[in-house]
Design a protein around this ligand. Structure first.
Ligand SMILES: CC(C)(COP(=O)(O)OP(=O)(O)OC[C@H]1O[C@@H](n2cnc3c(N)ncnc32)[C@H](O)[C@@H]1OP(=O)(O)O)[C@@H](O)C(=O)NCCC(=O)NCCS
Length: 359
């Protein structure tokens, strides 16, 4: 009792019922949690579903998804967590906190070096998760670029989207089955969205949705001028007054295309924890080496007084784990000496951090 255990296949219906009750209280049945997140609540992902039982019932639950982020060719194993819930009658006994810590250990056991979290409450912050700072949110003005053909994407176009996404320099690595499931549900980051292929030769794609009078782009890939013009084409088509697209600091090409737009720096949603700093840096060495122009052996060592980071001959020290994480990953604007310009922060997928893999 009260110990986190891995879910069994027989637990799946109870888990989805509990999560649907907590997160989809007034939603129609087609938005039950297992329908919206088929890759999470599936037999294939049972190893990443953990529960605490009380008697013959599930009292609390946490879900994870273990994937890989590709950063300019460097593979970084990550875990995303979410669907954290405790039955009302069992709250306040530390069950969710216990599940969170068990899940962190589980992700580490599976090689994960980073953890993306869908929320930012105290429970996560106490476990060392921190916000990542800011992302550029560009507000695109209306202008109809008639010359950019747009077509809604269905399962037949999956291969094109996959190729475009695979060519992105900073991305989640997606198995075809993941993308198919995402396209079929039309759900990501807890919102329904649609996917469009853009351009005469399908040179780009956009994943987005209309919220009130705004077209919100959740994800994109491919030729940046087609993406920029495609947003405007879709705004005209769907009679949206504004378009909003989040652009990573590293995406110089798209920032150039959107240079005239109003840019707002907004907080990246959710939080993140570096589970294994030493391993994270080691995985990133190919990226860092190219940025530094020479081999860049790395280390990140914890001592009784704090964290000692070395990348090549450069060193930095942080008393707090959060400051170390922000130094490595936090958006521009986090305090960092000018010598790190162009090297840090390490790029992560944008616009919404955990993109379609959000739990
Ligand atoms: C959030 C939730 C999972 C916490 O479950 P729990 O087993 O009570 O968690 P713990 O006892 O480990 O305490 C963790 C947090 O819950 C709060 N909590 C404690 N008793 C509570 C109660 N009776 N009701 C609501 N929250 C309570 C704690 O203050 C703590 O809050 P903090 O993260 O802001 O510091 C649970 O309240 C829940 O299912 N909420 C609805 C779903 C949700 O919001 N999930 C989190 C998504 S990010």
């Amino acid at each position: 009792m009260n110990e986190p255990v891995q879910a069994t296949v027989d637990d799946l219906p109870e888990i989805t019922a509990l999560c649907t009750e907590v997160f989809r209280r007034n939603a129609p049945p087609e938005h039950a949690m297992d329908r919206d997140f088929p890759r999470v609540f599936s037999e294939d992902n049972l190893a990443q579903l953990w529960v605490i039982r009380a008697g013959d019932k599930i009292a609390a639950h946490i879900a994870g998804l273990i994937r890989t982020v590709n950063v300019y060719g460097a593979s970084v194993p990550v875990g995303s967590i979410g669907a954290v819930c405790t039955r009302e009658a069992c709250r306040g006994q530390g069950l969710a906190t216990r599940l969170l810590h068990r899940m962190m250990a589980h992700i580490v056991q599976h090689g994960g070096v980073l953890m993306f979290v869908s929320g930012g409450r105290g429970m996560y912050r106490r476990a060392g998760c921190c916000g990542l700072g800011l992302i550029h949110r560009c507000r695109v003005p209306p202008q109809d670029h008639d010359e950019v053909p747009v077509a809604e994407c269905g399962a037949d176009e999956l291969g094109v989207v996959l190729s475009l996404s695979q060519a992105e320099p900073v991305r989640f690595v997606r198995a075809e089955a993941d993308l198919r499931a995402a396209l079929e549900t039309g759900m990501a980051a807890n919102r329904s969205w649609r996917t469009w292929l853009l351009g005469e030769h399908e040179e780009a794609y956009i994943v987005g949705h209309r919220r009130e009078d705004t077209l919100v782009v959740e994800e994109f890939g491919g030729e940046r001028h087609i993406v920029a013009h495609g947003v405007q084409r879709l705004m005209a088509q769907y009679e949206a007054a504004h378009g909003v697209i989040g652009v990573g600091h590293w995406d110089v090409a798209l920032r150039g295309q959107l240079a005239g737009c109003h840019v707002e720096d907004v907080h990246i949603p959710g939080t993140i924890k570096i589970l294994q700093p030493e391993h994270l840096l080691r995985k990133l060495e190919p990226y860092l080496e190219e940025r530094m122009g020479r081999p860049a052996p790395t280390s990140c060592v914890r001592s009784p007084i704090g964290w000692h980071v070395a990348i090549g001959e450069r060193q930095a020290f942080f008393e707090a784990e959060e400051d170390m994480a922000r130094f490595l990953l936090g958006a521009p604007g986090c305090s960092r000496a000018p010598e790190w310009e162009g090297v840090l922060p390490v790029p992560l997928p944008a616009p919404t951090l955990p993109d379609l893999e959000y739990v």
